[in-house]
Design a protein around this ligand. Sequence first.
Ligand SMILES: Nc1ncnc2c1ncn2[C@@H]1O[C@H](COP(=O)(O)OP(=O)(O)O)[C@@H](O)[C@H]1O
Ligand SMILES: [Mg+2]
Length: 455
Amino acid sequence: VASFLKSIFGRGESGEEGEHQQEPGAQAPAGGDPQPWFYQPNRNQQDRFPRFKSGAAGTRTGRHEDEEFARARAKLREAFTPSQPVTNKRLFAGRLQVLVQLIEAIEDRLAHVVVFGERGIGKTSLLHILADLARESDYLTLRATCGAGAKFDVMFRNLLQEVPLVYHRSVSPTDEGSEIGANIANLLPDYAFDARELSDLLQGVTSCRVLIILDEYDRIESEAFRVNMAELIKNLSDCAAPVQIVIAGVSSNLHELIGYIPSIRRNVVGLPLPKLSHEEVEEIINLGERASSLQFAPEVVPLIERIAEGSPYLVRLACYHSSLIALESGRMNVLPTDFRDGLNHMVRESAARLSHEALQRSQRLNWVRDEACLDAVAHLAAMPSGWFSILDISEQVGPAECDNLEAFIRKELIPAGLMLEEEGPRGSRYRFVDEGLQSYLWISLARNRMAGGAG
Ligand SMILES: Nc1ncnc2c1ncn2[C@@H]1O[C@H](COP(=O)(O)OP(=O)(O)O)[C@@H](O)[C@H]1O
Ligand SMILES: [Mg+2]
């Protein structure tokens, strides 16, 4: 069993490889690992090269089983691709409580809403479903994804092109201006307007309710944008305009995202998006099973749940990798060994996203001795901004362990060139030098734990 596990996880009994045991990513692509599954020799020996598994246009002609395989693979991709938000209710699991709160805030309290939570927790997916539900109830729903360089006037000018001019008080239905295609963006000044001018215009919206959904709000760098936004929310509330705003962003709290005017706080409902419950994890797996026709063995579900720790992104990532491996072995049922092999792929994939230096430096860590500290740091760095403070450390590990962990960061991680320290508003704060280190550490440690626990 030990050698079996070792071959799967690339990790022997502790101590076997000396103090500085090979760290988990060390046997990544170029190392001595067995060839990854996608390089396995083809059934047909003459065909030396890996191939695209499904024809881009679905036109590839081949053996019947190839086509079936390609179909299964395409379905699998749809069911579990972790890099895409869910835009389809059929694949959207759980979150009903949050949706109820969102709708209640919008409909009954006429509030503006800020949805916040860590990366991968499901904000974008939730907003897609919210937009669908709002459209079904005849809200004029406008959506935008913010970029780092987003400009307030440009963004709203674009959004408001979707609001027909007939919904503005200044235009009567018989006006010439109300012809098809005319929209209220035409009523905006042609210079870079600000929140006051925009809310003056939106006050005139009539005979409809407008919901403006802004995703990835944390990416906005412009201070002016944020100030304008806070002012817009305040003005819209003050004049009871039929326009409401939903903002989503990576943050651990409401005020980090939108905190400029204290008085807007009562006009804004903050909704943290929590980790998935056990039932929600199961539901993602069940919905994916239905969509892909694959079956997860009951023992696999708790394994997935354990590494995901409530993140829908990690649930789908683990499901995706383990089911691909099952499929490659010609099976439609996913077994614990598929999960373990899948986890190895996840480690390699996250290693491949690191810079060369970051990978090398992380391989010099003592993964076995410092497992608990590394694990705590991986969790801390999952904070939305990547930064965490002494207070966060104390909250995460308790005051007794706090000094210990801080010493570990200062004596090990910072000198190793893996973390940075900065004077923040609340004392020192820390983050990884490479954003990818957090998920690399997280996934590698999970794999090690499973290797240990499985024996
Ligand atoms: N309610 C859900 N049901 C099923 N999958 C979900 C759900 N929420 C998120 N996911 C999956 O988790 C991953 C991250 O979701 P996403 O909405 O992009 O998160 P965020 O915007 O918070 O970074 C995606 O693969 C998405 O498909
Ligand atoms: Mg998102």
